[in-house]
Design a protein around this ligand. Structure first.
Ligand SMILES: Nc1ncnc2c1ncn2[C@@H]1O[C@H](COP(=O)(O)OP(=O)(O)OP(=O)(O)O)[C@@H](O)[C@H]1O
Length: 260
């Protein structure tokens, strides 16, 4: 087998037996998962079960007290330059316009150096992909919440990541904007040939977006654990009221109740 072929078999992300806690209290324990190349995995769970903490640990922002995380087959001990993050708040710099905010994503520590032309191309392509070319020189205060989150997405994509970590990226948006952003995310992940790990508490969002759903749940006082997994083979675009979607939603609701 050639090196190129074997490299494609290495998952984007792999974690084994992870534990993280504050003091004596474990937030999650015994967590193992993987995200394949170009795969969209949703980490679904109720409020407070440890989703964000797990995402931070998987992204190298928090060190696990037990277990290992590998990114592209290598142990991960700090945020990886080929990974990008999007959070609930777009966290744009108010004194920079859209182009400069997207470019800022290329200036983070440990990003590979890019020449001026490549940098400009990557920024322009990412802004175009999220439909904001007419706003390329607008400032954050001139953007709607949905547009600001598009800039955050463009800032992540301009880095050409192997894996996009997203923590409830659309939960602050209205329902219509949110539906559009979910479709856009799937389209961009496919177009950029990246993988994505999306944290959400929204069952419908997980079903509409994911290739695979992992359910994280915790009983009161107990650490969060991955309790179920679903492969979502429903063809896209997925209809919210389609038979397969409704059936999967019922199954997830039942699993959430059983885990509570
Ligand atoms: N800095 C901290 N110190 C102590 N406990 C914390 C800290 N950060 C989070 N926690 C606790 O860890 C648990 C998991 O929090 P986390 O934010 O990961 O959950 P979540 O599933 O993402 O919740 P939500 O969906 O409401 O954002 C919660 O009980 C929270 O109170």
């Amino acid at each position: 087998m050639t090196a190129a072929v074997s490299a494609t078999l290495v998952p984007a992300l792999e974690a084994h037996d992870l534990r993280f806690g504050y003091g004596e209290r474990a937030v999650f324990d015994g967590v193992g998962l993987s995200v394949g190349r170009r795969e969209i995995v949703c980490l679904l769970g109720g409020s407070g079960c440890g989703k964000s903490t797990l995402l931070r640990t998987l992204a190298g922002l928090a060190a696990p007290q037990q277990g290992t995380v590998s990114f592209l087959g290598q142990p991960l001990r700090a945020p990886h330059p080929r990974a990008a993050l999007v959070f609930q708040q777009p966290s744009l710099l108010p004194w920079l316009d859209v182009t400069a905010n997207v470019g800022f994503g290329l200036d983070f520590a440990r990003q590979p150096a890019t020449d001026k032309a490549t940098r400009a191309r990557r920024i322009a392509e990412a802004i175009d992909a999220v439909g904001l070319t007419p706003f390329a020189h607008a400032y954050p205060a001139q953007l709607s919440g949905g547009q600001a989150q598009r800039v955050a997405l463009a800032r992540a994509l301009a880095r050409e990541p192997e894996l996009l970590f997203a923590d409830e990226p659309f939960s602050a948006l209205d329902a219509v904007t949110r539906a559009g952003m979910q479709e856009l995310l799937v389209e961009l992940v496919h177009r950029w040939h990246t993988a994505a790990l999306l944290v959400t508490h929204d069952i419908d969002e997980a079903i509409l977006v994911a290739d695979r759903i992992l359910l994280l749940a915790s009983r009161p006082g107990a650490p969060g654990r991955l309790v179920r997994e679903w492969r979502v083979d429903i063809p896209r675009p997925r209809e919210q009221h389609g038979e397969a979607v409704v059936r999967l939603r019922l199954d997830i609701v039942a699993a959430l109740r059983a885990a509570a």
